[in-house]
Design a protein around this ligand. Structure first.
Ligand SMILES: Nc1ncnc2c1ncn2[C@@H]1O[C@H](COP(=O)(O)OP(=O)(O)OP(=O)(O)O)[C@@H](O)[C@H]1O
Length: 571
């Protein structure tokens, strides 16, 4: 069953659709753009399609554009309003496109309205249909279009894989650009802080869209010892060095005809950068210890959370390789902080994901069984909804996770230096801790009036649990900003010798750990040098004028200079 929103000032088409397409759920009608936006803000992720009328007989004040003064100044107001009514659906479509670029929309109009073709195309309507005021023919035409679009949407959702794009226009633009970049031969640079999804994007979006039939191979260059890197990339022949007891293919050979993803490209030595340049320039390479040239046919995708242009300037990255990597089309994945406008949808996406797998799913099933709610079969999804309000009607077919506004704010206001990796981990723990408590105490509680336990379909996520889960991260950050005696005891710099005590929690990848170490290291140096970035730069790079470079790196790592300064001032 699909959910279809009708935007129309009358009930006529809603009734028609409900009678002729009972297999789908029809919502609305939203009678003007404001109502449509309200419904979409709440339910966008669960709406599969919009049916939008063109002609709206509604009061002047409800018509788009909101500011009509310019239009009214130009001509007869009566005729202006009439024109706006006859084309109102197109104004609404324009708004929908800006906010929800991927939502499929069918525009419908009675034959005597406007010629639609050009406008529908300009505004990227999925389709449009002329209605004849004949119940049977109209229903049939709509049904054919609705089914066609739903099938297409299902396919493209499958094609898109697990990378979530959200609803921001900037992300939709990025997706379109990447679909094009994925196809050609040129390499792609993906930039972004740790945990913003660079690897996932390469594996699940760029490679499938490259239409290449070979394999996808990924190498995290930050985890391979420098002395083994050449053999790992280019392969090695038997006897090339002590310990090379047999010939081995490198990832370049294994990715032949496919995609090679090099994560943390900044870790590649200058010498290997040269070899990689030859791969890009001449399509060939030699395995370690071999005189034979091999052909390489790979789509190269590289990722970095360093600034490659700056590395070029400081001589740590070859300029010729940088230029070959196609820097003009480099894409930058935004951090979670930069995607706050879309926070609600990101939260829903990741909550849904953490509820559908592993231990959390088991706990939800256990909870549903205990409370006699609907229990999914093994291959079915658990039905879970999320929101800041309690749904008005109890529904034993789903579980509603209730995040009151203050809980929501705690999550939204957090800094998320580890981005989606950290976000997902915290949400997963949040669901686990909440459910374990409920499942374990099922026999002990007597529901009280007004208690949400009286509504077994509603589970409240407590702000206390969120605070408990965020506290260790907040403490680590506070410690970064701590200029007290402990901080200075932790670090002593004496010429080239450096003693530093750090606290690092276990993380998913070595890369995440190394970023955390770098973050703490830079913050400590900042305090040690009394907030003087040129002294930090001199210590790190031997260049006192590179303070800006250090500052940018701190930004990339999610260190907030303002907070560090504030904590210095407070001490
Ligand atoms: N847009 C997204 N949609 C779904 N999951 C995402 C998205 N972005 C990140 N994730 C999840 O966040 C985690 C980290 O993603 P990934 O490893 O791709 O990040 P990264 O930028 O390559 O990190 P690093 O720089 O530390 O290697 C993964 O579990 C991934 O599934």
């Amino acid at each position: 069953m699909s959910s279809i929103l009708i935007i129309d000032d009358e009930d006529k088409y809603l009734d028609l659709c409900r009678r002729f397409m009972p297999e789908h759920e029809f919502l609305g009608p939203a009678r003007n753009h404001r109502e449509a936006m309200q419904i979409l803000a709440r339910l966008h992720r669960s709406i599969d399609l919009v049916l939008l009328d063109v002609h709206f007989d509604i009061p002047d004040d409800d018509l788009l554009p909101e500011d009509k003064s310019g239009l009214l100044a130009k001509g007869d107001p009566r005729r202006t309003f009439e024109r706006l009514r006859r084309s109102q659906g197109l104004h609404i479509l324009d708004r929908l496109r800006r906010r929800y670029p991927d939502l499929p929309v069918i525009v419908m109009t009675a034959l005597d309205d406007l010629p639609l073709e050009a406008d529908a195309e300009r505004l990227h309507a999925e389709d449009y249909t002329y209605l004849l005021d004949d119940e049977y023919l109209d229903a049939r035409a709509l049904k054919v279009q609705v089914e066609g679009i739903l099938v297409r949407a299902e396919r493209s959702a499958e094609d898109d894989g697990p990378f979530y794009w959200g609803t921001a226009v900037a992300m939709a633009d990025l997706r379109r650009r990447l679909a094009i970049l994925a196809r050609g031969q040129l390499p792609i640079i993906i930039q972004g802080e740790t945990g913003t999804g660079k690897s996932l994007l390469a594996r699940e979006y760029i490679h499938p869209h490259s239409q290449r039939t070979g394999a996808f191979m990924a190498v995290d260059l930050s985890t391979i010892p420098a002395e083994l890197m050449a053999a790992h990339l280019f392969g090695v022949v038997k006897g090339a060095y002590t310990g090379a007891s047999s010939s081995r293919e490198g990832v370049l050979a294994r990715a032949h005809g496919g995609t090679l993803f090099l994560d943390e490209i900044g870790n590649l030595s200058l010498e290997l950068q040269k070899s990689l340049l030859l791969v890009l320039q001449e399509g060939g390479y030699r395995p370690v210890g071999s005189v034979e040239e091999r052909t390489a046919d790979v789509k190269l995708v590289v990722a970095t959370n360093e600034n490659l242009a700056q590395m070029v300037r400081s001589g740590r990255f070859r300029e010729d390789l940088f230029m070959r990597l196609n820097p003009a089309t480099a894409v930058t994945l935004p951090s979670l902080r930069q995607r706050r406008d879309d926070f609600q949808h990101l939260l829903e996406f990741f909550l849904e994901r953490v509820c559908q797998s592993g231990y959390n799913r088991d706990l939800l099933v256990q909870y549903a069984e205990q409370r006699e709610l609907w229990v999914p079969a093994e291959d079915e999804r658990m039905r879970v909804t999320f929101g800041r309000k309690i749904p008005s009607k109890p529904d034993p077919r789903r579980i509603h996770l209730l995040l009151h506004q203050n809980s929501y704010n705690l999550l939204e206001d957090f800094n998320w230096p580890g981005n989606f990796r950290q976000f997902e981990m915290v949400l997963s723990n949040l669901v686990t801790f909440t459910l374990v408590e409920l499942v374990d105490r099922v026999d002990q509680i007597e529901p009280e009036a007004g208690d949400h336990d009286a509504r077994p379909d509603v589970i409240v996520i407590q702000p206390r649990t969120i605070r408990d889960l965020l506290r260790p991260f907040a403490e680590a950050e506070a410690e970064l900003g701590d200029t007290g005696s402990e901080a200075s005891d932790d670090l002593s710099v004496d010429g080239d010798a450096l003693a530093l005590r750090l606290r690092v929690a276990p993380a998913e990848s070595l890369n995440a750990i190394s970023c955390e170490v770098e973050r703490q290291y830079l913050a400590r140096l900042y305090h040690h040098f009394s907030g003087d970035l040129s002294r930090v730069a001199e210590f790190l790079l031997g260049e006192p004028e590179a303070g800006r470079k250090v500052q940018l790196r701190m930004n990339q790592l999610g260190i907030k200079l303002r907070e560090l300064k504030r904590s210095r001032a407070a001490n």
